[in-house]
Design a binder for this molecule. Sequence first.
Ligand code: BTN
Length: 242
Amino acid sequence: RNIYFEESVNSTQNIAQRLALEGAEEGTIVVAEEQLGGRGRLERKWQSPKYKGIWMSLILKPSIPIMKTPQLTLLTAVAVVQGIQEVTGVQADIKWPNDLLVNGKKLTGILTEMQADSDRVHSLIIGIGINVNQQLEDFAAELQPSATSIYLETKTSWDRAKIIQGIMMHLEKLYLLYLEKGFYPIKILWESYSISLGQKVTANTLNGSIVGFAKGITDDGVLLLEDEQGVIHSIYSADILM
Ligand code: BTN
């Protein structure tokens, strides 16, 4: 496997994007000690302080139509939960689509970007940001109430390379399962780690807010919300408040 290791970058996503365009093979990862312009979902910034966390991007080249890309984001979330659990014992929950929380505080974010030809995926660039060794004061004041790290959950510093190894092992296993059996077995695992399902949530979408019960995810990874009138809404992208 190809591993690119960088001391300081703008965003590992940019490097992985370039490598994918240059023909990098599936499974290539880019890891950085620090990101100066780390990106989050919905145009947010992602704080990536030096040596404190895992800031990495993974290139996958599944032969799927664009509309199925959420499946791979959900698969990645499952692999990250399993890898973190195996190496550190921390059991994170998944909040749709791909935030990993511990006691309601954010431990990990996943950001998927893609390169596509017409309606087929050419490369997926899956960015994974994990708060590992931060102490509370390493987080910006406004994040302190809502963020956590593996250190804060275990009072122990962790070897980030071991955690990456654990995640990649689970990722490989799940990805092979996905290629062989499709999304269904992944969906079952995802649902078992999810805290969104069965809850009354508010989805803030670009077109406004919808309040409803999270009924499940579809085979494409879309969230289904049932509102008070019993109408089912398909949510492709939103911020979920629980
Ligand atoms: C989110 O929850 O909003 C997603 C955060 C994703 C952060 C990771 S860190 C590695 C990769 N490079 C980036 O610039 N972002 C992702």
